[in-house]
Design a protein around this ligand. Structure first.
Ligand code: HEC
Length: 144
């Protein structure tokens, strides 16, 4: 009986790994995605397009997104200090500010200029932004 313990645990462990992997596979509705060829693959392409179609669709979606939509994505790195809706927190409230205010402030922080007493807290965030990011974020903040 004692000799059976290790193989039993190994079996149990394998079971857990396989169950977890199956639950996290890329295409959950496909029963055996690792052998998705022939009809299975054709059905997948009919439903989702092939990899090129998917990339084109993603590129088209990104190209047609408005500056404010793109800014919303870029603003994800700001919410910890300014709040998800720009209501403020560690950093000042941003909602209610117009685009040119945000643009001027971010450009100043990007150039490591001092605006308020805690400007240094903004340098890293602003340095990571391109001019296009700044314009998009400014449009998003104005929409808040
Ligand atoms: C580590 C916390 C922190 C992060 C992250 C952060 N900020 Fe700030 N932010 C601050 C603080 C603190 C100030 C006030 C700085 C000062 O005294 O000049 C500020 C100031 C600002 C201002 C000027 C506001 C005013 O009333 O003068 C703008 C605009 C701004 N942040 C935008 C952003 C954007 C956009 C991001 C994301 C790319 C961001 N911040 C990320 C903390 C942060």
């Amino acid at each position: 009986m004692k000799d059976l313990l290790i193989p039993l645990f190994a079996l149990l462990f394998t079971g857990v790994i396989v169950t977890t992997a199956m639950a996290n596979r890329d295409v959950p509705e496909q029963a055996r995605v690792h052998t998705c060829v022939g009809e299975c693959y054709e059905a997948y392409v009919a439903a989702n397009g092939n990899i090129l179609d998917q990339q084109r669709a993603a590129a088209a979606a990104a190209a047609s997104a408005s500056p404010a939509e793109l800014g919303k994505t870029a603003f994800a790195g700001c919410t910890a200090c300014h709040g998800a809706g720009g209501e403020g927190g560690v950093g000042p409230q941003l909602s209610g500010r117009d685009a040119s205010f945000v643009n001027t402030a971010l450009t100043a922080y990007k150039n490591r200029e001092t605006r308020g007493p805690q400007s240094a807290l903004m340098y890293a965030s602003a340095a990571a932004l391109s001019d296009a990011d700044i314009a998009n974020i400014a449009a998003f903040v104005e929409s808040l």
